[in-house]
Design a protein around this ligand. Structure first.
Ligand SMILES: CC(C)(COP(=O)(O)OP(=O)(O)OC[C@H]1O[C@@H](n2cnc3c(N)ncnc32)[C@H](O)[C@@H]1OP(=O)(O)O)[C@@H](O)C(=O)NCCC(=O)NCCS
Length: 136
């Protein structure tokens, strides 16, 4: 499917809208903390992408729950919604945790100036993950 990127509207959504979206997609749902700022990407009024910001400390905001519906991927939407969310970060540092080998995410965060800083094993899943960090 080809999407005209100018048709995408990105706006703030509620936590419930984000959790509802994530619970309807096939990918595993991330744990979404209580206090977040969530964003949704809409095409023709349909929610096709989400991401949220979680301010964990005065110095660091975490990007969580990034997702683009399968048929809308590889068209720059993930990059666009994360770029939009970054405008709302008000801490000096912003980070994301990415499962090692998730090439689309690695390329997206790398392109936006994030640096892979640390690899470790998630004790709950056994998966290797990488912490990506950049300045605001
Ligand atoms: C990760 C995700 C959000 C990317 O969304 P997207 O809209 O496809 O991202 P973009 O179109 O902005 O592409 C970002 C980069 O990844 C690349 N990319 C996208 N899909 C790819 C694929 N399947 N294989 C290799 N590279 C890919 C793009 O080419 C682009 O890099 P480039 O600009 O250097 O060419 C999407 O794949 C997704 O929802 N995945 C499932 C959930 C997930 O993994 N979330 C992230 C958790 S950290």
């Amino acid at each position: 499917m080809s999407t005209n990127l100018s048709n995408i509207e990105i706006k703030t959504i509620s936590r419930d809208e984000m959790v509802n979206y994530l619970s309807n997609v096939s990918d595993p749902v991330n744990q979404i903390p209580g206090r977040i700022t969530a964003f949704g990407g809409y095409v023709d009024g349909k929610l096709i992408s989400v991401v949220c910001l979680y301010k964990g400390f005065w110095h660091t905001t975490e990007i969580r729950g990034l997702h683009v519906q399968k048929e809308y991927r590889k068209q720059g939407i993930g990059t666009q919604i994360v770029s939009h969310a970054l405008k709302y970060v008000d801490t000096p540092v912003v980070m994301a945790t990415v499962r090692s080998g998730n090439l689309p995410s690695e390329r997206l965060f790398s392109k936006l100036g994030f640096i892979p800083c640390l690899d470790f094993i998630n004790p709950n899943t056994g998966n290797e993950v990488t912490i990506w960090i950049r300045r605001r």
